[in-house]
Design a protein around this ligand. Structure first.
Ligand SMILES: *Cc1c(COP(=O)(O)O)cnc(C)c1O
Length: 427
């Protein structure tokens, strides 16, 4: 099938905040407005036969509120998982110790030895290494990496043994957007599952509403919002979550990347203001991107009409949250990129040179030499990741105009724009 023959309908997107607000609220042990932290690793059964029922799955967290062991289910972690399921509109979810644990757990559950994965070639560096190096070498699972925006190339890469089509909703650091309805269509016609890493766009994009089967999060980023916990989640149907927890073949049960209940409790308190944060990140990024573009700088942001996927993103997203908190500026050379970041951090306190994203302050990194350094030079070039590409995860602290003055002054001092606000590097 050729791209122009593919007509995939895009549904009307529901704002996930409504489902979140309807998630059952759990009060603390003494009636506290926040739930208590269940710190126990093991749980007593009230009757001897209840314990064996839990092993056979006849009783569980959803069946009589029975818990067995902390690596299986924990009430505090389970509560957070319910909220993640509401956020993504899936039947169930399971929280893990990291985003990578969620990705590797889901992929190992879906694939057996000699199975095949088709993946976007622009994915998080750890995911890239997992697909490109680890899974083929250790598990006999092969991956073909393709340009996910080229639907004909995706289609051509699908094989008889392809079990998974994998992409990030917004790719790092190219900020290209996955056409999730069209990818769902391709995956399902080939009997594969569509797995979407939605780390960059919680609330903005709802992959399940658009057809994806499994949604992954690194909660280390926007959902956590304070860069203080490594954490992840798999959102999927109930059957898949139970598969992950299977006592004999469950990837999460047996590899054991369990989330700590203290972490789950902290993350639970971040979910209620996620929507406010995403809105503010998005509004600031949109304004900065527009102003940088007006200065003729080489800026990439999905909220700009000049972005190749602006129209697609506009059809897919929940408009209440804008186009996300990440933008990139290509300064041409690594030297200029380093100078700008040094100045912004050390002279202006505009933000910090650090990898990661979704923090309340601005984080800046040079993608080619950091988070995408696992990629080969050829793959980087093909994906358009140049040495001068600075990725900004725009923070929400300070005032907008204060932050803009800092950025503008740094650009002026480096001679990248002149004082009347014209680019010196145009092109
Ligand atoms: C950070 C990140 C991951 C990995 O998550 P960890 O929590 O660091 O394990 C996966 N995917 C994307 C898109 C990320 O940004």
């Amino acid at each position: 099938m050729k791209s122009d023959e593919r007509v995939v309908k895009h549904p009307n997107i529901k704002n996930p905040v409504e489902a979140l607000a309807n998630t059952r609220h759990e009060f603390g042990e003494h009636g506290g407005v926040n739930m208590s932290i269940e710190a126990s690793t093991t749980f007593t059964a009230m009757h001897a036969d209840a314990l064996s029922d839990m092993f056979t799955g006849e009783r569980g967290p959803d069946k009589g509120g029975c818990y067995l062991y902390g690596r299986h289910f924990n009430p505090t972690v389970y509560n957070l998982s319910r909220q993640l399921a509401a956020l993504e509109g899936t039947e169930a979810a399971y929280c893990t110790a990291s985003g990578m644990a969620a990705i590797s757990g889901a992929l190992m559950q879906l694939c057996n030895k000699d199975d095949h994965i088709v993946s976007a070639n622009t994915v998080y560096g750890g995911t890239y290494a997992l697909l490109h190096d680890f899974l083929p070498a250790k598990c006999g699972i092969a991956a073909t990496m393709v340009d996910i925006t080229d639907l004909d190339a995706v289609e051509a890469a699908m094989r008889e043994n392809t079990r998974v089509l994998y992409a990030e909703s917004i790719a790092n650091p190219t900020l290209r957007v996955a056409d999730i309805p069209a990818l769902t269509d391709i995956a399902h016609r080939h009997g594969a599952k569509l797995v979407i890493d939605n780390t960059f766009s919680p609330l903005l994009i709802s992959p399940r509403q658009l057809g994806a089967d499994i949604v992954i999060h690194s909660m280390t980023k926007f959902i956590g919002g304070a860069s203080d916990h490594i954490s992840g989640a798999i959102c999927a149907d109930k059957a898949f979550i139970l598969d992950l927890m299977d006592l004999h073949l469950g990837a999460l049960m047996l590899l054991g990347p369990t989330m700590d209940p203290q972490v789950a409790s902290n993350l639970n308190l971040r979910i209620p203001h996620l929507s406010l944060r995403m809105k503010e990140h998005g509004q600031r990024a949109q304004l900065f991107a527009e102003r940088l573009q007006a200065l003729d700088l080489n800026v990439c942001y999905p909220g700009l009409e000049s972005h190749p996927d602006h129209e697609l993103f506009s059809r897919l997203h929940c408009p209440d949250y804008g186009f996300g908190g990440l933008l990139t500026i290509d300064l041409g050379t690594q030297e200029l990129a380093y100078q700008l970041m040094d100045m912004l951090q050390n002279d202006f306190r505009f933000g910090y040179m650090a990898v990661s994203l979704g923090y309340f302050d601005t984080l800046m990194s040079c993608s080619g030499s950091t988070t995408s350094s696992e990629m080969t030079d050829e793959d980087k070039q093909a994906a358009g990741i140049s040495p001068g590409l600075v990725r900004l995860s725009l923070g929400i602290t300070g005032t907008v105009e204060q932050r803009w003055r800092q950025l503008q002054t740094a650009l002026e001092r480096l001679g990248l724009i002149d004082a009347d606000g014209k680019s010196q590097t145009a092109g």
